[in-house]
Design a protein around this ligand. Sequence first.
Ligand SMILES: Nc1ncnc2c1ncn2[C@@H]1O[C@H](COP(=O)(O)OP(=O)(O)O)[C@@H](O)[C@H]1O
Ligand SMILES: [Mg+2]
Length: 300
Amino acid sequence: MSYKLPDLFIEQIKGVHGDEASEWLNNFEGLIADCEEMYGLHIQQPFNLSYNFVAPATTSDGSEVVLKVVVDQKEFEAELHALQLLSGESTVKVLAFEKERGIMVLERIRPGQTLAEIEEDDKATLIAANVMKKLMVPAPVDSNLPTVLDRENSLKRIYQHYNSYHPVSKATIEEALFITEKLNISIDEPYLLHGDLHHYNILANGDFWTIIDPKGLIGDREYEVVQYLLNKLPEHGVEEITEKRIDIFVDVLNLNKERVLLRAYSHAVLATCWTIEDGHVKESFLNTIQVFKHLVRKYI
Ligand SMILES: Nc1ncnc2c1ncn2[C@@H]1O[C@H](COP(=O)(O)OP(=O)(O)O)[C@@H](O)[C@H]1O
Ligand SMILES: [Mg+2]
């Protein structure tokens, strides 16, 4: 089957991967043909794409699966390793993979709506909190998985080039780095986190909820909630919703609220700077910096 990949997807992966993206795009048709042949797949139109190729497919015996091809090799390895370490009833199953080209065949989750479809924010947050509760396990002793120290280093690099991160100010980046350093040296027990557990990575699976797309981040449990806090926010009343979300997470997961607020603030700064690196500042992330800054000042 031949595809015309969406222009926005092409632009995004070029923004993130530069020259490597061009090579990947040139080989794309062949890659898809190989996947169809190797696994006997009939690949359908992709899901909404952001940074990787993800599409539903059927196998020769008619069963439904999902093909995911991850462009970045390191990210692929971390995702695969995390899926293996987090395997269980709440985690999507890996049916086959090929490391060299970042290919995974996954079980297809049905009906598969994302948690973003739940209108009531408290209800969605409670579901996410309960999924997290089942998921988090103590960090493996030896692994190449990314850690919160990598996040600290990323902020350090950003701080050295703060001029390139307008409209995020130097003082804000400095504060985020300072907070991250303090939090990283005071982790009681490191956990293996999903690392990107927002609404769009939690899917309805019959009567249950299943996670996809882990980053496999090693860090404190408080870090696990920050991606959720940055997503699916209303135009008005963001602070109020955010506070409610935080209280639900703190309660269900027995988290330290101060650490959650500090992680949320410093991660919002980092995540916003990453969107600037990718070519467009994400306004919704930028707004959360102010919200979390205000909450930090209010409670700490
Ligand atoms: N196993 C699956 N079953 C059903 N839908 C899936 C599955 N994997 C991915 N999807 C759909 O594709 C979207 C993107 O997949 P994801 O793995 O999150 O890609 P990315 O790494 O680009 O975020 C998800 O939000 C979901 O809607
Ligand atoms: Mg995803």
